[in-house]
Design a protein around this ligand. Structure first.
Ligand code: PRX
Length: 650
């Protein structure tokens, strides 16, 4: 064991081959078919991508495939197209014109359906409305909304006119909106009076009012009326969406935009410092979102496809809006919380709308486990044929529960690994071609060349944990950090020059399958063993009483670092001393004595980011009895920290 590798302690050996019935109908139906295409994509990337790019609708086909001046990439130079045209007009010109594009269900229960033709008309109206406000190609538009259809319409309208959208998740408060709008120098913000969340109203317009006081660049605020709470409208600055679109024509000619025209900025808070504005451009991003949606979800015209992410995250961008719509899919979109009015809501939605593809996050799955299987068991989930997971390493036991309870032991699961920066899925099983191993994101998607490296840059051996990089450019990669090329270089390309560093630890097993071990900042060193906390958490989650676990390292005189585990129990279990001891033993048995936590604390919840990732940085402070340092604005529920401290004082 050398100090520059990460020791893998995972004991997972289960393998689930693609079900035959699934594989026989899948667009990529065998390991050989995958391997042939994959090899081609790596050996002749230019040829491969030139060919794949033909699946988009171009006004002017590209003259070049890739110009790579590390770390800056340009894809499909000389080409012109319009992303909204690819998502809408193209389908309206086909038999899909009257196919449902979006089936939307509001939290209070109403349903709205937009056909492709209707969605195009709404997008054109709002594109004209934005232009009437003076928004032009290249201008930045903030979108700070809940999960209403107008959020997708606003994004597509921006894409149509070439305005660069910057969506800010509706759970953020005024300061986060202000900072993001100022960094992007946005001209306009689209928002709502309020958003429904768990039965109450989140007053979004009020936050915008506070933010915009300190955003001199913002000249216009457009407000969708959704919750009808009282709002103030500032004359000259604020307009109602309904007033604007009422006056606007439903016809709009989509301009041809350069392949590298900036499409959106999406802020992602790294572990330190101010959020980075990850910038994506048009053609390469669209091709990545289109192709991955098509192959990873094995999409068919008759599918009802539901990704439960919020549009405020990249998953919502790529897999609610751009990926599925460019494929002409029927997209389910749900406004509210999974437990409104009770924990059956998601399963009701699947049953009511016949959802066939369901894509969610490990944090949600662990919550469903905690709530108990009686809720899904009350509903007919037989319409499902494929399920996905994204956002964090999925604990193998949560994976098994997902497969059994939600997927009826029938549906393949795609554990999709990617990042805001990668734009689209970079590692995943293809459901008809690649077997699944619970907890592994398996193999790279076409054109992606991931490597696990030691700190000296040499390639790690089989099952040796190291740093995950992608050593070739790919079409949907970020192009820069908005306004900060230097940060782009140092953040992603300085550790291993010319190679994109993901910030994650990973290992590759004897079958070439990748296992992501979590953020490299979360690695803990106990008595010389460098351990990824995700694997210890998975061992804890494998205990029948545990719903969720978060493990952090604290300084320890004897062992260098020691492990502290925060554990949330399933709803029918109660904290007790014997259970505490049993969990310690469980980890020692599953992994080894060296990994036995020094302390286990029971908690009703662990702190998470607003997108559901466990914030171990804050837990490290709690575990050491320190005040939380650094940025807490991305924390979903600030009360969790206070409750964890109260436990401490008991
Ligand atoms: O640590 C990895 C984890 O989420 C990070 C990216 O987060 P974000 O930019 O918010 O994008 C989330 C949606 C793509 C990664 O660096 N991550 C995401 N998916 C997985 C994952 N870790 C393990 N397995 C995954 N499937």
């Amino acid at each position: 064991m050398t100090s520059h590798t990460i020791e893998s302690v995972s004991q997972e050996h289960r393998v689930f081959p693609p079900p035959e019935a699934f594989a026989s109908q899948a667009s990529i139906g065998s390991r050989e078919a995958y391997a042939a295409l994959y090899e081609r994509s790596i050996e002749d990337p230019e040829g491969f991508w030139r060919e794949q790019a033909q699946s988009l609708r171009w006004s002017t086909p590209p003259a070049r495939v890739l110009e790579w001046h590390p770390p800056f990439a340009k894809w499909f130079g000389g080409g012109k197209l319009n992303l909204a045209d690819n998502c809408l007009d193209r389908h309206v010109a086909s038999w899909r014109a009257n196919k449902a594009a979006i089936i939307w269900e509001g939290e209070p229960g109403e349903v709205r359906v937009f056909t492709y033709r209707e969605l195009l008309r709404e997008v054109c109206r709002f594109a004209n409305a934005l232009e009437s406000l003076g928004v032009r190609s290249g201008d930045r538009v903030g979108i700070y909304m809940g999960m209403v259809p107008e959020a997708a319409i606003a994004m597509l309208a921006c894409a149509r006119i070439g305005a660069i959208h910057s969506v800010v998740f509706g759970g953020f408060a005024a300061e986060a909106v202000r900072d993001r709008m100022n960094d992007a120098q946005a001209k306009c913000i689209v928002t709502q009076d309020g958003a429904y969340r768990r039965g109450s109203v989140v007053p979004l317009k009020l936050q915008v009012d506070k933010a915009v006081e300190q955003c001199p660049s913002v000249k216009h605020v457009v407000v969708v009326k959704r919750t009808h709470n009282e709002i103030e409208m500032k004359p000259g600055r604020d307009q109602l969406w309904s007033d604007l679109v009422e006056k606007a024509s439903a016809v709009h000619v989509a301009p041809a935009l350069d392949s590298e025209h900036p499409l959106f900025i999406l802020y992602t808070s790294g572990t330190t410092g101010k959020p980075k504005g990850v910038m994506h451009t048009t053609a390469g991003y669209l091709l990545g979102a289109y192709l991955t949606t098509k192959y990873v979800f094995d999409l068919r015209d008759e599918d009802v496809y539901w990704c439960t992410a919020d549009i405020g995250w990249v998953t919502g961008h790529s897999y609610i809006v751009y990926g599925p719509l460019s494929n002409g899919a029927t997209v389910m979109m749900y406004e509210g919380a999974p437990n409104q009015p009770d924990p059956s809501r998601f399963w009701q939605i699947i049953e009511r709308h016949g959802v066939s593809i369901f894509y969610t996050a490990p944090t949600a799955i662990r919550t469903f486990v905690k709530w108990g299987e009686e809720f899904p068991n009350k509903h007919d989930l037989s319409s499902l044929r494929l399920m996905g997971s994204v956002g964090e390493p999925i604990n193998p036991e949560a994976w098994m529960w997902y497969r059994k309870v939600i997927g009826g032991d029938r549906c393949p699961i795609v554990d999709t690994y990617w990042q805001t920066e990668t734009g689209s899925i970079v590692m995943t099983p293809l459901p008809g071609a690649i077997p699944s191993k619970p907890g592994s994101c398996s193999l790279p998607f076409f054109g992606i060349s991931p490597k696990v490296l030691r700190e000296d840059g040499s390639e790690a051996g089989v099952n040796e944990g190291g740093l995950l990089v992608i050593d070739k450019p790919w079409p949907s990669m970020l192009r820069t950090v908005w306004g900060d090329d230097e940060r782009y270089k140092t953040q992603y390309f300085s550790r291993f020059p010319g190679k994109y560093f993901t910030g994650d630890g990973a290992r590759k097993d004897e079958d070439g399958f990748f296992w992501v071990m979590g953020r490299i900042d979360d690695v803990v060193n106990v008595s010389g063993h460098r351990l990824g906390t995700a694997e210890i958490e998975s061992a804890l989650v494998a205990h029948p009483s545990v719903a969720e676990a978060a493990v952090v390292g604290i300084p320890d005189e004897l062992t260098g670092q020691a492990l502290v585990a925060f554990v949330t129990l399933k709803s029918h279990d109660k904290p007790s001393k014997p259970l505490n001891a049993a969990l310690m033993e469980h980890v020692a048995n599953e992994i080894g004595k060296f990994a036995r936590p020094k302390e286990i604390r029971f908690a009703d919840a662990v702190p998470k980011t607003r997108s559901g990732k466990i914030m171990r940085r804050l837990l490290r402070d709690v575990a050491q009895g320190k005040e939380a340092t650094g940025d807490v604005t991305t924390l979903e529920d600030i009360g969790v920290l206070a409750r964890l401290r109260e436990h401490e004082e008991e």
